[in-house]
Design a binder for this molecule. Sequence first.
Ligand code: PEP
Ligand code: MN
Length: 257
Amino acid sequence: MIWVGDVPLGRDAPVAVIAGPCSVESFEQFRETAIAVSKAGASLLRGGAFKPRSSPYSFQGLGLSGLKIMRRVADELGLGVVTEAMGVEDVELVAEFTDMVQIGARNMENAPLLEAAARCDRPVLLKRGITATIEEVMVAVETVQALGDGRVVVCERGSRTFEPSLRNSVDISAVAELRLRCNLPVVLDPSHGTGRTDLVRAVALAGVAAGADGLMVEVHPNPPMALSDGFQSLAPADFRDLMTSVQGMAAAVDRPC
Ligand code: PEP
Ligand code: MN
């Protein structure tokens, strides 16, 4: 079991839902989202301050001011928060302002970044690389564990495949396989995993059925207006429905939620 702030994550813990916007866009946007997901039962917040974008012309994130916004809102609501560190030089700052340091899919094999994250005093959320095999995920897990205190959360977030109608293809079997291979919490991200709002619920529930210890879900107060990943973000009302379904699925597989 790994504690993120006050929240236990792992097989003896309830399914933890980590929710928030893809990017922190403003204090008001993050606070509104955080209040909505917290009321619906999310146990941790997420948000991007340093954004790995496919295009240099896309919104790159608010950086340090985004971190400050997340910390302020998380403290107001009494929740923990996770965000990504993209470079070695960001790790200490991210660790100072948040409760778990995320390594993004594009950086899963970035050894200096993994080493810096391992050395910070926060748990590390390690996302599966876009084309990484399960064995390669395990090597990255071991890299972090070898240098750190062992607190790693692994996240399946879909892989790049030949299927063009989905941003990525989620590997539900990897959720089960990763849980067999390592005694670490395994989280599923159905938002980046599918890249489609209308598929998030189905895939999230499949992940819980396969044993996911947590979910990471993108939520935005007004998805069409989101500065990043609106096409895969849930509106607050859809997130509330998802939470109800997740509780039902967790109960069906004898899992507290
Ligand atoms: C994210 O979670 O904000 C993100 C960019 O995800 P990934 O690294 O999986 O693409
Ligand atoms: Mn995103």
